[in-house]
Each structure stands twice: as C-alpha cells, then as structure tokens.
Write a protein of this length. Sequence first.
Length: 202
Amino acid sequence: MCFAMFFSTVKVQAGGVSSPVPIYPENELLNLIEENRHLERVKADNCQLVEDIVARATRINLPAYEFLYGDMLAWGVCVAQDVELGLYYMENAAHQGLPVALEQLGRYYSRGTFVQQDKERAIPYFREAASMGNLDARIQLAELLLRDYGSPLDYEDAYRWLYNSVTPDSLKHKRIARLRQSLERRMPDNIIARAKRRTTFW
C-alpha cells in the first residue's frame, strides 16, 4: 500500500506509458479546494489519481480527500456522477470539522444546489465554518442574518467574526465593512463594544 501513498498507478495508453502523477499533499489539496481549483486539477491530471483519491477518502477517511471525492461524485468529474453518495462524503468531511466542507454544504442549502433550498438549514453549517475562520462562511452567515434568517442572538458572533477577519481581497474587505455596518444598525452599543473586545493579546 506504500506505493499508493506517493504515486498513482502508471497507466498504459495508446501512445505509451504516461508519467506517474504524485498524489497531492494534504496542505496543497486544501489550498486547491479553498481556491475552488480542485476539480480542475484532477481533470488536468487526466484522472490518473482517482484510485488514490478513493482510497484516501474511503479507507483512510482523510477529510480533505473525502471532500474531494464527494465533489467529484456530485459533479461527475472523472467518476460516474452520484450526487447522493457525493453529499455523503462531503458530510463526512464536514463532521470531521473541515471548514471548506461545512461552507460548501451551507452554500448548497442556501442556493438549493443538489438539495432543496433551505436557508435556515444552511446557517448551522455557515456558523460552524465561520467559527473556524472560513471567511466565505462568515460573509454568507451575516448576509442571511441580515435577511432575517436565523436568530438575532447570532448577531454578536457574526459581527465579531467579521470584525476579526483579515483578507487581501479589497472587494471582500469592502463587503465585510458593509455587512458590519448593517449589523451595527441592529445591535445595541454595548453588544457591539463587547464583540470588538479582544479576549487575547498574544
């Protein structure tokens, strides 16, 4: 099984033997997922890593690979499309605390992608991912709260997470500022002050 940990099986094609493609290190895969380039990468590698991805998702239960395999199944990338099974693996990744899995499932429920649209059901996914630092989840959670989904009790946490968010993206920075201002109009001054208060200094 050691050989599968580093290289995919070399495949014989009509033009000869293809070069082995190294399996993605988990940190690289997480970066690809966060940039939404993971499915493109699998296709760009001519689907050579499917067996390795499946093994890591189904036997070792690595959350990043469970998410990748789930997304491949949901969209039919390099495997036969099976949306239900794909969502199962994405849920597994989310239950293991993978923020991007939580955010994507929240987005699917919020938009009605593959599942019945249910914005209230999206909120716990966004909230959990937001608490773990996922910026997209923080933004989407605040947007839903401002559209009167969820509970006003969540305003303080949503505001705190936005207030402490850091991004080099100027558009997201402005979006966060607008969301904070909108939340401030719904929050008492003492709650805003508490949300801004730092709990640690180093």
